[in-house]
Design a protein around this ligand. Structure first.
Ligand code: 13P
Ligand code: SF4
Length: 307
């Protein structure tokens, strides 16, 4: 049952012909009012298909709202809290990429969607955690500059013959970095029948003992289709919230109860309400950056949609 604030947000959004997009890490109350909840790739594809709306309220973090803005230059994209940043997305600058290109002139540049628009403008193609191997395999070059997540880079490197060169040298997600092998063994002892699903942003030794390494959207699909009942979920805590909400016959056990992405939680219901009324904070990008990064994002969407 929606509460009165949630109902008010939905009617305000409808008055403005808006749509609420929410990432899988949004808390339950925000998931409940989102028109669409998904992982980064699903949100990119959804954003690219929005035609009949004037306002997109993006409940996630900065790079996701920027990506929606790049894909929708004629619409207003608002993020309810200006401080909702992904620290990893700030770990790789456009200048660092330009320097790396000079050092590796034959390499293509594949950047994780968790980057800012200025960085994306320097990429040949974008990847997400659900398509990274397929996207890298689609490139012509044997060398690939890849960043900023070192763990996702290692995950891809294991599954391709291409040489993956990580930029920057150190790039990581502080939430997934928290998980260690001991956390998995501890939870496995408690729930021996549970399958272990781990996000590719987690450390390699944790990925290595997973039953499956999956994006957040991949975890949802896996749980939906699996005959198993219990799952240890090695990603941000509210992905477990979504599983337990949508699949009442399954049990999602967070790998760590404090695996919380703090900035993802800044988009409170109060701020969402206010942002629809004031239309703040709008995502603004320069035309040049938006055009350059659009090419790399659209190229990824094309590769992802091709079977
Ligand atoms: P997904 O694309 O798997 O949802 O990952 C996004 C993210 O930021 C993970 O921390
Ligand atoms: Fe960024 Fe990590 Fe939060 Fe994902 S979980 S948005 S990578 S800080």
């Amino acid at each position: 049952m929606l509460n009165s604030l949630q109902k008010e947000i939905i009617s305000l959004k409808n008055e403005k012909n808006g749509i609420i997009l929410g990432h899988n890490y949004q808390p339950e109350k925000v998931q409940e009012i989102s028109d669409f909840v998904g992982d980064s790739l699903e949100l990119c594809i959804k954003a690219s298909e929005i035609e009949d709306k004037d306002l997109i309220i993006f409940c996630g973090v900065d790079f996701m709202a920027e990506t929606a803005a790049i894909l929708n230059p004629d619409k207003k994209i608002i993020i309810p809290d200006y401080g909702a940043e992904c620290p990893m997305a700030h770990m790789l600058s456009a200048d660092e990429i330009k320097d790396a290109k000079k050092r590796y002139p034959d390499a293509n540049v594949a950047l994780y969607v968790n980057t800012l628009a200025e960085a994306k403008a320097e990429a040949d193609i974008i990847v997400t955690s659900s398509n990274a191997v397929k996207v890298v395999e689609s490139l012509d070059s044997d060398q690939v500059l890849f960043g900023p997540d070192n763990n996702l880079a290692s995950y891809v490197a294991k599954q391709t013959d291409k040489e993956i060169i990580s930029i920057p040298e150190v790039g990581y997600c502080y939430v997934h970095k928290m998980f260690n092998v001991g956390d998995v063994t501890f939870k496995k002892e408690k729930y021996p029948d549970a399958e272990v699903l781990i996000h590719p942003e987690a450390n390699v030794e944790v990925q290595d003992i997973a039953d499956f390494v999956l994006s957040t959207g991949g975890m949802i699909s896996h749980v939906k289709d699996s005959k198993n009942r219990e799952f240890i979920i090695g990603t941000e805590i509210d992905l477990s919230t979504r599983i337990n909400r949508e699949f009442p016959d399954k049990i999602a056990i967070p790998l760590l109860d404090d695996g919380i992405c703090k900035t993802m939680k800044l988009n409170s219901l109060d701020k969402i309400r206010k942002s629809i009324i004031t239309e703040e904070f709008q995502v603004k990008l320069s035309d040049e950056i938006a055009k350059k990064s659009l090419k790399a994002i659209e190229r990824m969407i094309d590769v992802s949609k091709n079977k």
